[in-house]
Ligand binder design. Structure first.
Ligand SMILES: [Zn+2]
Length: 232
């Protein structure tokens, strides 16, 4: 396997200053200062570093103190290549955009999106690319509350090609379809199944995890609060 190089998640001071200036409109100077304090360059060398940055990024998002919003600058910084620290599989739901809810902007994360955040061979192949060729350290499988695809599985809907998609979620249903809590519980169960499926389907992912070079984690995003919680 090619040597995985250090990944530097670059957050330039200029970027922060511009972001800060934007956020400062209508807010106090002290808010801006807090934002700058969060903005030191982040060195991401391990999966744990990547998890930490995603947790911090989601906190910035929830606090409305985004620092990765100077997209023009990020285009400049990434035009010669990319070294995203993580690959995130999430739902297509319009309320769950990973680059925004983790405050990662352009060039810091690979994002794969499909209804119900389920995997298939194309998703697994894309993840293998992210890990082997781009040096990503972390795979995140992220479900969310009130997921339409999971609801479709629980309610046993039939609709064209969507039928086979929701069928893939059904093994995660462990309680009564009539219980309102079943939807979010199923979404979380489905994340765990997907995490195991990645290990059984992909020798590349399995080996990297075994060598402690890559981690797979689950996450659950609450569309009512904006909080992403990482699962044990
Ligand atoms: Zn969804």
């Amino acid at each position: 396997m090619k040597k995985i190089t250090t990944i530097l998640c670059v957050i330039s001071i200029i970027n922060i200053m511009i972001s800060c200036e934007k956020q400062n409109r209508g807010t106090s100077k002290s808010d801006c200062k807090d934002s700058v304090n969060l903005s030191e360059q982040i060195l991401i060398q391990t999966a744990d570093d990547a998890v930490k940055e995603l947790i911090n990024g989601n906190k910035r998002f929830c606090d409305n103190k985004l620092i990765n919003t100077n997209y023009k600058k990020q285009i400049e910084q990434t035009k010669a290549g990319q070294k995203p620290h993580s690959v995130i599989l999430s739902c297509m739901d319009s309320r769950v955009p990973p680059e925004i809810i983790f405050d990662q902007g352009i060039g810091n994360i690979f994002v794969l999106r499909v209804a119900g955040n389920i995997e298939d061979d194309n998703v697994v192949g894309s993840m293998e690319y992210a890990l082997e060729h781009a040096g990503s350290k972390l795979i995140v499988i992220m479900a969310h509350s009130h997921c339409g695809a999971v609801t479709g599985a629980v309610k046993n809907i039939k609709l064209g090609n969507l039928t086979q998609l929701v069928d893939q979620i059904k093994p995660a249903i462990k309680s009564s379809p009539d219980n309102p809590a079943t939807i979010d519980e199923t979404a979380k169960n489905s994340v765990k199944i997907t995490m195991n499926d990645l290990l059984s389907k992909s020798e590349i992912i399995r080996e990297l995890v075994k060598e402690n070079k890559v981690k797979i984690v689950g996450a659950f995003y609450d569309i009512e609060t904006g909080v992403a919680t990482f699962m044990e």
